[in-house]
Design a protein around this ligand. Structure first.
Ligand code: ADP
Ligand code: YYY
Length: 230
């Protein structure tokens, strides 16, 4: 069994690369960012005032969230409803940092994330006890600091804006990149107030994907894993 932790800023490739690494190694995959997005949607749909920290924390503690950890088809369900598309809506992307900077919410989601990781390191989980790749902002440092492999995936601001712009707007011209700026840079600035994901902590390997294509980035992460789990 193996635990692989991947952190990094928005658009660095965490989700897509972690999914590919998990699929290659036969491991489960946990998108912790999707959990913060689901918590945001849960509060917004329930009419909870996002500025009321205690009310948000209370709502999130009662959130009926189910994370599917198959890297080929990861799922997110809230009370049985498939919310995979809804949690990617611009309104959620804009509001998510307000929920993710709530320290009581972080404690609750951290507890749930550790439970998923533990379940995949025991017989009976999706991976049959093989292990998991978990990605987010504080996995290498807080959620799983004792993971077998810890990777900080980075990319230049320019590369991250271009990728997100292509993904969301289907273009990377000047106006599309400008429209993506808030979703990437402002959010990273806000998220940085509660998690340290811009510089690698001690023992965390940095993979800079600025000049790598997708397959090269997957190979670079697999090389780190092979090195530390050899
Ligand atoms: N090394 C890479 N080169 C080019 N595009 C990439 C690379 N890594 C990821 N991408 C693309 O960039 C976009 C953002 O990646 P994603 O995995 O969602 O990042 P994150 O989870 O860090 O926000 C996706 O469309 C993805 O396919
Ligand atoms: N472990 C984590 C994962 C995500 N977050 C926060 C930070 C982000 O703004 C949101 C959404 O994360 P997500 O990974 O979906 O973000 P991207 O859109 O891929 O940049 O959740 C966090 O605070 N801690």
């Amino acid at each position: 069994m193996v635990v692989i932790a991947v952190d990094g800023p928005s658009g660095s490739g965490k989700s897509s690369v972690s999914k590919a690494v998990a699929a290659r190694l036969g491991l489960a995959y946990l998108d912790t960012g999707a959990m913060y997005r689901a918590a945001t949607l849960w509060c917004v749909d329930g009419g909870t005032d996002l500025a009321d920290q205690a009310a948000v924390a209370y709502a999130v503690r009662g959130m009926p969230l189910e994370m599917g950890v198959d890297p080929a088809a990861p799922t997110v369900h809230l009370g049985g409803r498939d919310v995979a598309a809804a949690i990617r809506a611009t309104e959620v992307s804009t509001a998510v940092s307000q929920v993710a900077t709530n320290l009581e919410v972080r404690a609750e989601l951290r507890r749930r994330q550790r439970a998923v990781i533990e379940a995949e390191n025991a017989p009976g989980g999706f991976s049959g006890g093989q292990g998991i790749v978990a990605e987010g902002r504080d996995i290498t440092t807080v959620v799983a600091p004792d993971a077998d492999a810890r990777v900080l995936l980075t990319a230049s601001e320019e590369a991250r804006l271009r990728r997100r712009s292509l993904e969301v707007h289907g273009a990377a011209d000047a106006s599309a990149v400008e429209a993506t700026r808030d979703q990437v840079l402002r959010r990273d600035r806000d998220d940085s107030t509660v998690s340290q994901f811009q510089v690698a902590a001690d023992g965390v390997a940095t993979v800079d994907s600025s000049d790598l294509d997708f397959d090269q980035t997957v190979d670079a992460v697999l090389a780190v894993v092979a090195q530390v789990t050899a």
